[in-house]
Write a protein that binds this ligand. Structure first.
Ligand code: S3P
Length: 418
């Protein structure tokens, strides 16, 4: 599908966010090994979470949109064939951790994009725990028992951390993961709510073996990373005002809100509350009166990794030179996001130079609608759609259906706000 986006005169209204993708994956995977049925409201209907649901079903677990029939810590069944993780890195890496600790062998497969993404980052520490694990292709499990390790992660990754915490539930002794930067802690919060012994001491995250996990009954908040597209768009399109209800506002995901405020886009959080162990609130945003350039590097890049494509779009409209560095991980996401965003924004007239680990972008630049490529990457497609709202004429985005990975209905939502 080719999406055609026209310049927006203003954006106004209420945004409906999809359920948080990270929390939805974890609800299905952790719910699968709980003792009894977990219930949830607001599960993401995106294709990535459907991939997790499909894999969990193949392990002998009943799954619906609102419940998962946990089979207990030792109740998973060997699948009859390879598990298909589709486009989803979270599915593959989290399940690698869980399945490395099972008495049976599992192969995990994915589409072309996922097959090209690095999996040695989970295989190496899982082997250190005594698990059988190899890649490529990714094959795990069948050798027990695992033992707890102290692992210093070379790359900041919530997926790798979560994989090791899952394996650690089944290991002898405690597992400690030391993160270079504190990443999203949804796995830790959910495990704690299920009665596991898990805790963080700064960047040291520890988990002890568990005998049983209690089922969940949770409200899954709206996806803050999905909100980032609307926050940037409303901040940059004249006379705009948006309200976003029920967004997850977990502090480990909020760094980009601070960055938005730093460039002049004032986001306010109202009605902060807790839902299912996770902080939730409503967000309000309007057109920024004054804009300032952006600098992102090091730890901040790791904490805003999913929002960087839309920050690249924002930077085209900021005065002066914005620098986004320390984001080499963008090269190994669903696409090479550094190259994909540089290509798309340059085609629209931006002054953007790709670096090994980010971009240098000078603005403000007048953008012109162009035909651009999503590279079948949901976040690239949505970021370029925001660029299209700022550009003269029409922007055509190819393979735009890839937004379904995390945000089914994204383009309908866009139309209703314009
Ligand atoms: C995720 C972690 C991040 C993020 C991804 C979701 C998660 O990936 O980019 O969209 O749910 O744990 P990495 O762990 O590879 O940084």
């Amino acid at each position: 599908m080719i999406a055609a986006i026209r310049k927006a005169r203003r954006l106004e209204g209420d945004v409906m966010l999809p359920g948080d993708k990270s929390i939805s994956h974890r609800a299905l995977i952790l719910g699968a090994i709980a003792s009894g049925e977990s219930r949830f409201r607001g599960l993401s209907s995106g294709a990535d979470v459907r991939s997790t649901a499909h894999c969990v079903r193949a392990l002998g677990v009943e799954v619906s949109d609102s419940a998962v029939g946990g089979v207990g810590m030792h109740g998973l069944r060997a699948p009859t064939g390879a598990l298909d993780c589709g486009n989803s890195g979270t599915t593959m890496r989290l399940l690698a951790g869980l399945l490395a600790a099972q008495p049976f062998v599992t192969e995990l497969r994915g589409d072309d994009s996922l097959t090209a993404r690095p999996m040695d980052r989970v295989v190496t520490p899982l082997r250190e725990m005594g698990a059988a694990a190899s890649w490529p292709p990714l094959v795990v499990g069948g050798r027990m028992p695992l033992h707890g390790i102290d692992y210093v992660m070379p790359v900041a990754s919530a997926q790798v951390k979560s994989a090791l915490l899952l394996a650690g539930l089944f290991a002898d002794g405690r597992t400690t993961v030391v993160e270079p930067v504190a990443t999203r802690n949804h796995t830790e919060l959910m495990l704690e709510a299920m009665g596991a012994s898990v805790g963080a001491d700064g960047r040291h995250v520890k988990v002890s073996p568990a005998e049983r996990l209690s089922p969940l009954d949770i409200e899954i908040p709206g996806d803050l990373s999905a909100a980032s597209f609307w926050l940037v768009a409303a901040g940059l399109v004249s006379k705009s005002r948006l309200r976003i209800r029920n967004a997850g506002i977990n502090p480990t995901r909020m760094k980009f809100i601070e960055l938005l405020r730093g460039i002049g886009i004032g986001v306010t959080v109202e009605g902060a509350r807790k839902a299912g162990g996770e902080p939730v609130g409503d967000l309000a945003v309007g057109t920024a009166p004054n804009l300032r350039p952006l600098t992102i590097n090091g730890a901040i890049a790791a904490q805003t990794i999913d929002e960087l494509p839309v920050f690249a779009v924002a930077a085209t409209q900021l005065p002066g030179t914005s620098r986004i560095t320390g984001a080499g991980e963008l090269r190994v996401k669903e696409s090479n996001r550094i190259a994909a965003m540089a290509e798309g924004l340059a085609a629209m007239g931006a002054d953007i130079a790709a670096l090994d680990d980010g971009w240098v972008i000078t603005g403000p630049r007048h953008l012109e609608g162009a035909r651009v490529r999503s590279h079948r990457d949901h976040r690239v497609a949505m970021a370029l759609a925001v660029a299209g709202l700022l550009a003269d004429g029409t922007t055509e985005i190819d393979d735009a259906e890839c937004v379904d990975i995390s945000y089914p209905g994204f383009f309908d939502q866009l139309e209703s706000l314009c």
